[in-house]
Design a protein around this ligand. Structure first.
Ligand code: ADP
Length: 525
């Protein structure tokens, strides 16, 4: 259609020429050109659809030839510039071949006949050369623009395909993440900045229903680790996470009904945006009901056994002590009774440790505080440990000031020093030494127990203060112990507001440091 409409333009151009130059004979080149173009257009319009494409290309060449005929005359008409249109068409349809065809047709039908009819002068040559270049360049530019457009389109399509693949991957990952989110045995929830849940898995919902049987957050049934004291709403882990707190392994019981209630271990982390703003919180909770019930059974069992052992043991130790006071004892029997007394006392300490562990495992050890002299306590502990030290060939020294006024529980503090000193002797080989140093500075009492013993692996050092944890070397050498002394010592020291720490190197020895803050009154005195 576009090609055919060009005939109309040729007709108009002929009209202009007649208007400018006067009537043109019917049997003239210009009229023949327009007639040829019209005929070509009619042929294309009437051709079967399958042939239109080829014929339209031929028609473009016919139009160039018609333009050449239309321009026939003494002067080069401006209408020859119309050669641009069929050239564009050829460039568009045939690419590089179209460029060659447009240039060739312009040379053959416009330039050469023009030169032949008007003579070879500079103006003619210049004008016809320009016309040829214009035709070729139009076809070329169209072809180049088309190629660029096609490349851009191909790139856009490739990008679209990449995007579709990326979207598919994202969607697949989202589905996988969601499947994992729902399948894990852990309750998970994501809260927004206002503390509203934005993402919650089924498991979390189940625990939440137990903890908050009615929708009101203030009416939750959440209990502390012991399962007896109900937590105030602001202490409930979800409320703490909403306030931006981070925590690990906070244990709570949810639900009132004994059969259905569950023990949960909850952790929370803040969710921060790239600029560090807090935008929410992530909460996780694991069902630790079986573990907590097993621990309870263990504690009940240990308590029962320790209690049942303590009474007969106290009696044995007491009677042996009385027997040892007799002066008429056979020396061999005295030695044997001495061994019974020593081991009885060790057993007593062990049972006491087990009882302490069971009774105070969940919190600080209660203290019977009074004004006391820490220097006396340390000296007595060292004196009490001397027989053990000389028996195993460890040299025990102490450097303690005359007096250290302190307010605390003397029995518990003695338990700490006893434990650390007896460990220093127990974990030092014969020929080694242990040294106890007590000082007062910076408002603190420092008690240092240093030995030249087997030491503790760096990786084990922090764990040594946990319950029932023993060092690998202690286990390997089968040194007696159950791994409770340090954990109890830590609880006692912390109950006094102090700290206990260790520096140790395997094979070189250990240094345990107890730092206890002095009360304001003692500092003033
Ligand atoms: P126990 O001595 O009954 O095992 P403790 O709680 O007193 O329990 O000590 C825990 C562990 O710490 C010990 O098993 C031992 O591995 C390590 N440990 C404690 N004191 C020392 C020490 N002075 N030297 C080397 N290792 C020690």
């Amino acid at each position: 259609m576009l090609q055919s409409s060009f005939t109309l333009i040729l007709g108009i151009a002929l009209g202009f020429r007649i208007a400018a130059e006067g009537p043109v004979a019917l049997a003239s080149w210009p009229v023949a050109g327009v007639a040829m173009s019209s005929l070509g257009s009619v042929v294309v319009l009437m051709a079967p659809a399958a042939r239109v494409e080829v014929l339209a290309r031929v028609l473009a060449v016919v139009h160039i030839a018609a333009l050449g005929m239309l321009a026939h005359g003494p002067e080069v008409g401006i209408s020859s510039g119309l050669v641009v249109f069929p050239s564009i068409w050829l460039g568009l349809e045939l690419g590089q071949r179209g460029v060659a065809l447009a240039t060739g047709a312009t040379v053959a039908f416009v330039a050469v006949p023009g030169l032949l009819s008007r003579g070879v002068d500079l103006v003619n040559v210049e004008w016809l050369l320009l016309l040829t270049v214009l035709a070729g360049f139009s076809a070329f530019a169209t072809n180049a623009a088309l190629a660029a457009a096609r490349t851009a389109q191909a790139r856009a399509e490739a990008r679209e395909a990449e995007l579709a693949v990326a979207l598919e991957v994202i969607e697949r990952n989202r589905r996988s993440a969601h499947a994992v989110f729902e399948a894990v045995d852990v309750g998970l929830a994501l809260l927004d900045r206002e503390g509203r849940p934005t993402l919650v898995n089924q498991r979390f919902t189940g625990f939440s229903d137990l903890a908050f049987p009615v929708a009101d957050p203030a009416a939750g049934v959440v209990f502390d680790e012991s399962g007896t004291a109900q937590l105030p709403s602001e202490q409930v882990p979800t409320s703490r996470a909403r306030r931006g707190e981070e925590f690990d392994d906070v244990r709570v019981w949810v639900g009132r009904d004994d059969g259905a209630r569950r023990a949960l271990s909850m952790s929370a982390r803040r969710v921060e945006a790239a600029d560090g703003r807090v935008v929410g919180a992530a909460l996780s909770c694991t069902d630790v009901t079986d573990l907590m019930r097993a621990l309870k059974v263990k504690e009940d069992f240990v308590a029962l056994v320790s209690h049942e052992l303590r009474t007969p043991l106290t009696s044995i130790v007491g009677y042996v002590a009385v027997a040892l006071e007799r002066t008429d004892l056979d020396p061999v029997l005295h030695k044997q009774l001495d061994a019974v007394a020593r081991n009885g006392q060790r057993l007593e300490r062990l049972v006491q440790d087990l009882l302490d562990e069971v009774q105070h495992s969940a919190g600080p050890i209660p203290l019977r505080e009074q004004d006391t002299d820490l220097a006396v306590i340390v000296r007595e502990c060292v004196a009490g440990a001397r027989p053990q030290a000389s028996r195993v060939g460890v040299q025990l020294d102490a450097e303690v000031p005359e007096q250290i006024a302190f307010t605390g529980d003397p029995q518990r503090l003695a338990q700490v020093v006893d434990n650390l000193v007896s460990n220093a002797i127990k974990y030092t080989e014969p020929g080694g030494s242990a040294r106890v140093l007590a000082t007062v500075d910076d408002g603190c009492v420092r008690i240092t127990i240093k030995d030249t013993g087997i030491g503790i692996e760096p990786a084990d050092q922090a764990r040594m203060f946990s319950r029932f944890v023993r060092g690998a070397e202690a286990n390997r050498r089968a040194i007696q112990g159950i791994g409770l002394g340090l954990s109890i010592a830590k609880s006692i020291v912390e109950s006094h507001g102090g700290q206990i720490e260790v520096d140790s190197a395997p094979g070189c020895g250990s240094e345990f440091r107890v730092v206890l803050p002095l009360h304001a009154a003692q500092l003033a005195s």
